[in-house]
Design a protein around this ligand. Sequence first.
Ligand SMILES: [Mn+2]
Length: 261
Amino acid sequence: MIRTPPDPRAFIDDSGPFDLIGDIHGCFDELVSLLARLGYDRRDVHDWHHPKGRRLVFLGDLVDRGPDSPAVLRTVMSTLAGGRGHCVVGNHDDKFRRWLAGRDVKLTHGLSETVEQVQAEPVDFRRELLAFIDTLPHHLILDQGRLIVAHAGVQADMHGEDSKRVRAFAMFGEVTGERDAHGLPVRLDWARNYAGEATVVHGHIAEPDVRERNNVICVDTGCVFGGHLTALRWPERERVQVPAQQTYYHSPRWADDVADD
Ligand SMILES: [Mn+2]
């Protein structure tokens, strides 16, 4: 299959207003609660509309670890098909895409749960999913360049660039290539040097609270680890959260972060 993700600038004229949602990881019940709290009306099980035409922006990592990745995927697919929002690809979505394409990937870090859930679905759904994830961009420039979204972020000199290096950074952020004591990749805080004019909103790095530094905002608040599912309203910059109904997955790194807090 030929991958044809849209240009990162394809929606630069879309000024929202938006509700940007961080890592969902299959937490469908919390997504439903959050959409209701944001004022969206449910027209069908996976079909949500905002009475004032607000649009949803999903920051990737829709799948893995949580209880219902297929329902989350259907909600996002319905939103994009209806022209009611956007989504960027996360590293978990991309690894799931490779599994869907028949590649030999390890069913680790919660992918086995997604595979099990998808295997209970009609076979056609897998083909639709592969086609859908194939079209997701790695980052998007929105609101006339004032807002940039990417799963793990993008540095100022990368905005609008469609290349292997930017795609990797947008999905994984800045990594050293080393592993920590838990065997997880060592990540650097790339926002420490950010001096871009555009606000960058991303997920990927789960922490108990929304983190803002140098005009970079991380909204992954670890819902699947028992934290919260968070939305950031744009341009209002208001945060809207719902708590996780339970801890779905134990992460040693999340436990460390909470202990440090
Ligand atoms: Mn991620």
